[in-house]
Design a protein around this ligand. Structure first.
Ligand code: KIV
Ligand code: ZN
Length: 498
């Protein structure tokens, strides 16, 4: 079997999703989970971009020991020096530097010439090699680049000391057959290619990221760059779970990865909760319906033999039985152990706070499923913050009467109450909140998503406010969607200074 290296960029490319920025603590938790998952490389951030990224790379370097820790840079000396500094404590370290190589990028983004681009690339690699042995070069927008120029620059950076050459389909434009041919060209035409690992980095704008990554592997790439749940800017990156399970399911191709596939589901859930990004129900491998059989014919077939309709054993990806385990009588230890099984480790007081919330929900629920537990945990960043404004009570009237809301908030420790009308119960409640806080922030975006199965479904609400400088995101979940909406609104308002 040929070993394919998995380069995870959830914490760098994946985190570039609007409204999904992570704190250092959250990044460390995800990095540790990626280590358990068995990824070979963790791209931990773009250190020059922000102090949070710089600090996160430092702290991840201290708390993770097996995977290589990688920091992204542009082909700019200052970026490279800062990246080297951020990696100071990493046991295994890598600098990932690069530059745009398509005609589009060279002319309109970099306003440069081919010769200058090659020179900058070579200098960036040489400078990076002064700090670390493992230098990875990315040829940005390689998917749309001229093949002759791509071969030329790849040969030059390998000569300059790049050990890994990353060929990104930055815009997600390529067809699998063309992307595979691009990698074959490098294998066949670049004379020193045997001195480097070829990496593929595919975006999903046409829904082809996994297919392109696999075609890259078939053509000779031995590293695949991907993210958990395929998260990332625009339509995202190649999904780690799809790439890994495709290679595993097609063992006849002769490839293997170091991924502990049983950790896929817990890691997927952790990332989804931390980024506040639900996984689409029919998402391959990790969607909640990925192993659900609802039609009579399929159910009958699966009962006779799972293999009739399933190509993957759900247990292989760590999907535990989603049947009832916890009830209102379960104690803290059971909750903590369930959370651990699902990939979450809570600290000190957090257990008590989550347990309190669990009892509230378990009271209304006969059964408490894995999804309910996950919904609980999605509240965790709210728990971690000290909030100025708390929702004390909410009552709404709607139906054939004018919708009306009575609301009580605790603001800076003081209890305040009011009533308001609106076009619907949510509008009435929001209007009451605005009156109490004397603010006029109106949601720019408002999304309600179901989180669990059945008519007692939990609703997760995502609200976006504009404070004039940037977009502020608020999240909450509850069985009552009016209550969840008000909590999400308050969550967003708590993130604004007024
Ligand atoms: O998509 C891309 O080209 C990238 C590079 C910075 C590696 O993310
Ligand atoms: Zn990318």
């Amino acid at each position: 079997m040929k070993r394919i290296y998995i380069f995870d960029t959830t914490l760098r490319d994946g985190e570039q999703v609007p409204g999904c920025q992570l704190s250092t603590v959250e990044k460390i938790e995800i990095a540790q989970s990626l280590e358990h998952l068995g990824v070979d490389v963790i791209e931990a951030g773009f250190p020059v971009s922000s102090p949070v990224d710089f600090n996160s790379i430092r702290e991840i370097s201290k708390s993770v020991s097996n995977p290589v820790i990688c920091a992204l840079t542009r082909a700019v000396p200052g970026d490279i020096e800062i990246a080297a500094d951020s990696l100071k404590f990493a046991k295994y370290k890598r600098i990932h530097t690069g530059i745009g190589v398509s005609e589009q990028h060279i002319r309109t983004k970099l306003r440069s010439t081919h010769d200058e681009i090659v020179q900058r690339a070579v200098e960036a690699v040489k400078l990076s090699r002064r700090f670390v042995d493992e230098v990875q070069f990315y040829a940005e927008d390689a998917g749309r680049a001229d093949d002759d120029f791509l071969c030329r620059i790849i040969e030059a950076v390998i000569d300059a000391g790049a050990r890994i050459v990353n060929i990104p389909d930055t815009t997600g434009y390529c067809l699998p057959v063309h992307f595979g041919a691009k990698i074959s060209q490098l294998v066949n035409r670049v004379p020193n290619i045997d001195k480097a690992i070829i990496s593929v980095h595919c975006h999903n704008d046409l829904g082809l990221a996994t297919a392109n990554s696999i075609y890259g592997v078939l053509a000779g790439a031995t590293q695949v760059e991907c993210t958990i749940n395929g998260v990332g800017e625009r339509a995202g990156n190649a999904a780690l779970e799809e790439v890994v399970m495709t290679l595993k399911s097609h063992s006849e191709l002769g490839y293997e990865t170091g991924i502990v596939t049983k950790c896929i589901t817990p890691t997927s859930r952790l990332v989804s909760a931390m980024l506040n990004m639900s996984v689409q129900n029919n998402k391959a491998i990790v969607g909640r319906n990925a192993f659900a059989h609802s039609s009579g014919i399929h159910q009958d077939g699966v009962l006779k033999s799972r293999d009739n309709y399933e190509i993957i054993d759900p247990k292989d990806i760590g999907l535990t039985d989603n049947s009832i385990v916890l009830t209102a009588r379960s104690g803290r230890a059971a909750l903590r152990s369930k959370l651990q099984k699902l990939g979450f480790t809570l600290r000190g007081q957090e257990v008590d706070m989550v347990y309190e919330r669990f009892l509230e929900l378990a009271d209304k629920n006969k059964y408490f499923t894995d999804d309910d537990v996950l919904a609980l945990i999605s509240d965790i960043d709210i728990i971690r913050e000290s909030r100025r404004i708390h929702l004390e009570s909410l009552e709404v009237i709607s139906g054939t009467v004018t919708p009306r809301a009575s609301i009580t908030l605790i603001v800076d420790g003081v209890e305040v109450s009011t009533k308001s009308n609106g076009v619907g119960p949510i509008d009435a409640a929001f209007s009451a909140v605005r009156q109490l806080l004397n603010v006029d922030y109106v949601p720019q975006d408002f999304v309600i998503q179901p989180m669990t199965r059945g008519s007692e479904d939990l609703g997760r609400v995502h609200i976006t406010l504009d404070n004039g400088e940037r977009l502020i995101h608020g999240f909450a979940f509850h069985k009552d969607i009016v209550y969840a909406s008000v909590e999400a609104y308050i969550d967003a308002l708590n993130r604004i200074q007024f």
